[in-house]
Design a protein around this ligand. Sequence first.
Ligand code: AMP
Length: 389
Amino acid sequence: MKRESLLNPGSTIGIIGGGQLGRMLAMAARQMDYRTIVLDPDPRCPAGQVADGQIVDAYASRSASRDLARAVDVVTYEFENVDADSVSAAAELKPVYPSTSVLRTTQHRLHEKNALLKAGVPVTPFRPVKSLKDLRDAATDFGYPMVLKTATMGYDGKGQFIITRDEDVEKSYDLLSRRDVELIVEQFVAFTMEISAICARTAEGQTATFPPSENIHRDHILDISIVPARISDDVALSARLLATDIAEHLNVVGLIAVEMFVTKENELLVNELAPRPHNSGHYTMDGCDTSQFEQLVRVLAGMPIAEPRLHSPTVMVNLLGEIWEDTGGDPDWERALEMPGVSLHLYGKAEPRVGRKMGHINVVADTVGDALYIATEARNRAWRRSPDL
Ligand code: AMP
């Protein structure tokens, strides 16, 4: 369903998914006096704690997503592993942004890569894997290492294996094909850096892209984002243009986060898309004059979007559950917050688990080097660890 007119403050945004992205979206909405209602099965979910209301039910429940649609003016989702059919059910009643077709494309790695190829966007060389023979053939063509991934439901490195030798081919295939989902194999890219760019696009086709962030992963989970990324102006511009191109080709209304590899030759290869706010865009909350969450609220409401500017170098470090585990549930926030330029963002999750995203710290400083030093030091202090620099 298309939106008839712009939504003024006081209107209600429905959010499918109640994690930290939904929470920060609800907080940005609140700033402009938009209301939010969240659909999530956990009554204590991070977004439900700050939203105006919550429907406590499964994401896959079509009746719940219809109830949500009836109660709100516009619907969005905060992660892409939601059930596309239940999102479609909401779309029969109220506008859903980004559209269900964007959701279906981005929740399937093969559909996503094919859509990108069609748009002329360079992607990591890949093959669908329907049999062990397909995987063996890929090894002959790509060589090692290569990365076998499930085409759906994968995130933060879950559902993927790096294959480095002949002996691992069959084992990896057996392990992943057991899950009864389609598989894809990619050539391993010896990248020099991972970056991402987030583009916002309105229903009228206005676009604006946030400055690309340099992303450092640990155990496949984003660990640190550094902005400005330490790349040339040319590469940064190419990344922004690629993200804008992708938003236009996929007809995204909302946000699209584009994760890319920078190769030795300074070429960009797109690895993955996410049609929602992204962990690598959390820096925008303190580093830019408009955050990714405010930008999405503006798109959903049909308001003009901002041309976001980075006002200072900013570094984001994720706070994972191990910090709570290692400190007996008592991180030292006092010492962390003694550091200059530190902003603490916590997601209200009751149970810390290893690898679980519990919060993040943003540090704004005069130089990237200072921001990086202070951010890692602040996290070490919270972790009650000695400095690692
Ligand atoms: P993904 O789930 O596709 O975002 O992958 C998670 C992380 O694994 C990426 O951020 C990369 O660090 C690494 N990775 C995934 N695919 C490849 C690849 N084809 N080549 C090299 N590294 C990869």
